[in-house]
Design a protein around this ligand. Structure first.
Ligand code: 5RP
Length: 235
């Protein structure tokens, strides 16, 4: 049998997430939806059960438009009392289900939706599972007037910040991508970066990691629970 391509793996994990949502939510629930190519596959799958949902909360304008393109109602997060499940991808995820996110620049809204959600389901292909976070440059959303100051402060943490050229977030801010990290203590680093004045948030999801990982591998989709045995990197 031919190995699955990365897109086929994303499709498979999106379908598994759709099935998970269908099994777990009550009729008329609102679902949180992430951003990125894997999230896009999930949105297309979610459309097949849209009659069972009241609608969704979107973590970016791109996701809002894709949901609305399927005729799925998009709620303002402030108008939603309960968000049982949030489904999103990641740029890297470790065995403790801590993540680097924000490759698509939606990290702040993603972190807000994740904070509200009851269960965070991360959907990834196996290329995203790592032993140590940090090979993927860590995105940091920054208020534009603080760019130079925040760059200096981030350099003091040991990485090399680079401005994401020509990119403005949905919130009107810039992104500094922090290269060259090997993150031994993600919780401490998340706290330190978030304390720098001018930082909106970092793409380190350590304090609020995922609760469940649906991981697409060449053998199919594996389910890894945060509280279960540590994940191993599939060969
Ligand atoms: C966007 C994100 C995405 O979840 C992350 O970049 C993964 O994207 P993809 O599924 O396209 O690999 O954090 O801000």
């Amino acid at each position: 049998m031919n190995a699955m391509t990365q897109d086929q793996q994303k499709q498979a994990v999106a379908r598994a997430a759709r099935d998970f949502v269908a099994a777990k939510i009550a009729a008329g629930a609102v679902v949180g939806v992430g951003t990125g190519s894997t999230a896009n596959f999930f949105i297309d799958e979610l459309a097949t059960i849209k009659e069972r949902l009241a609608g969704c909360v979107a973590s970016s304008e791109a996701t809002r438009m894709r949901l609305e393109g399927h005729g799925i109602r998009v709620f303002d997060l402030n108008d939603v009392a309960e968000l049982p499940i949030y489904v999103d991808g990641a740029d890297e995820i470790d065995a403790g289900l801590m993540m680097i996110k924000g490759g698509g620049g939606a990290l702040t809204r993603e972190k807000i939706v994740a904070a509200v959600a009851g269960t965070f389901v991360c959907v990834c292909d196996q290329s995203k599972l790592v032993d140590t976070l940090g090979r993927f440059p860590l995105p940091v959303e920054v208020i534009p007037m603080a760019r130079a100051y925040v760059s200096r402060e981030l350099s003091r943490l040991g990485g090399q910040p680079r401005l994401r050229e020509g990119f403005v977030t949905d919130n009107g801010n810039i992104i500094l991508d922090l290269h060259g990290l090997s993150i031994a203590d993600p919780v401490t680093l998340e706290t330190r970066i978030n304390q720098i004045v001018g930082v909106v948030t970092s793409g380190l999801f350590a304090r609020r990691g995922a609760d469940l990982l649906l991981l697409a591998t060449s053998r199919g989709v594996e389910t890894i629970n945060r509280r279960s045995e540590a994940a191993t990197i599939p060969s």
